[in-house]
Design a binder for this molecule. Structure first.
Ligand SMILES: C[S@@+](CC[C@H](N)C(=O)[O-])C[C@H]1O[C@@H](n2cnc3c(N)ncnc32)[C@H](O)[C@@H]1O
Length: 293
């Protein structure tokens, strides 16, 4: 039996009718494909973002940078000979640190204000990061160009995330790798609205309206988490897009490197017990994958 449901999606005051045929088929009727736009005007969430981060010492970002490199290096050696890119660069700390360490990492960022702020941030450390204005939903990153692409805390903000993922897949060389980190729907805590427990559990319309009330309507132009992902949903999407391998956070754990004894024990159990693995992945703070083309 084919179950049908009629749903109305309304984002940023724009409406789109979708006719949903189960299973796994979404046919959009009577609506053009909407994408995010590059906004040249000042957006309040971008202003807040820059204000909070512009004076952050880049050395505080080194552990996060090393963490990403650690995951990537489980699949290939990272050095200056590789072509790398980051999508959604924010303050530009990652391409800046990459350049400081002799790596070759370009940045693609939808916000012109953040591209400018990122260039100024890099200059404070004597580096000119290679940042470019671009929307991952519409930009062409080329085909078989990059060895590594990093998408750190960005895809929750990309309205048509599968389109963006396809662009990344196409841009990677065969055997190229993507680091992906984003929201995890059933996590108790959330980086999007930290004071509110279980924020990600809210339905999309609930989160959008709540954030519009708290942060203003222009949060829908940049800043909203359009998506709360799950490990299962992402794994399926990566497979459908064509990635040969998708390694999740538990697969990437190296318990011997975890300093906290309790967390180390949980990591060890999750690695050997499928039920514990499922529980950890369901409630973990973020979704993390390294995917191989
Ligand atoms: C939460 S910030 C993360 C920044 C950085 N990756 C980090 O880890 O600090 C998300 C960034 O992605 C950018 N972004 C959102 N949608 C985008 C899109 N469609 N294309 C490119 N960048 C996008 C935002 O402007 C913002 O700078």
């Amino acid at each position: 039996m084919v179950a049908c449901a009629f749903s109305i999606l309304s984002v940023s005051g724009r409406s789109c009718f979708a006719f949903r045929l189960y299973p796994n088929r979404l046919i959009e009727l009577g609506c053009s494909r909407l994408t995010m736009e590059i906004h040249h005007e000042e957006l309040s969430d971008v202003v807040r973002y820059i204000e909070r981060r512009k004076d952050e010492d880049i050395r505080l970002k080194e552990p996060q940078f090393d963490g990403i490199l650690f995951y990537l290096e489980q699949f290939r050696k990272i050095d200056g000979s590789l072509r790398m890119a980051e999508v959604g660069t924010g303050m530009g700390w990652l391409p800046t640190l990459a350049k400081m360490r002799g790596l070759n990492c370009k940045g693609i960022e939808i916000s012109p204000m953040l591209v400018q702020a990122g260039r100024e941030y890099g200059l404070r450390y004597g580096v000119e990061p290679d940042l470019e204005i671009g929307n991952i939903e519409t930009s062409d990153l080329g085909e078989n160009v990059y060895d590594v692409i990093i998408a750190n805390s960005v895809f929750e903000h990309v309205e048509h995330w599968q389109t963006g993922l396809r662009t990344i897949y196409r841009a990677l060389k065969p055997g190229g790798i993507m680091f992906f980190e984003s929201t995890n729907k059933w996590s108790i805590t959330s980086g999007e609205l930290p004071p509110m427990p279980c924020y990600g559990w809210l339905p999309n319309w609930g989160r959008y309206n709540l954030r519009k009330v708290i942060h203003g309507a222009d949060i829908m132009k940049n800043g909203i988490d359009f998506h709360q992902f799950t490990y299962g949903g992402l794994r399926k999407a990566f497979r459908e897009i064509g990635f040969r391998e998708a390694h999740d956070r538990v697969a990437l754990f190296r318990p011997e490197r975890i300093a906290n004894p309790k967390k180390r024990k949980i990591a060890q159990i999750a690695k050997s017990n499928p039920v514990a693995r499922k529980l950890v992945l369901t409630f973990f703070e973020v979704t993390t994958f390294v995917c191989v083309k």
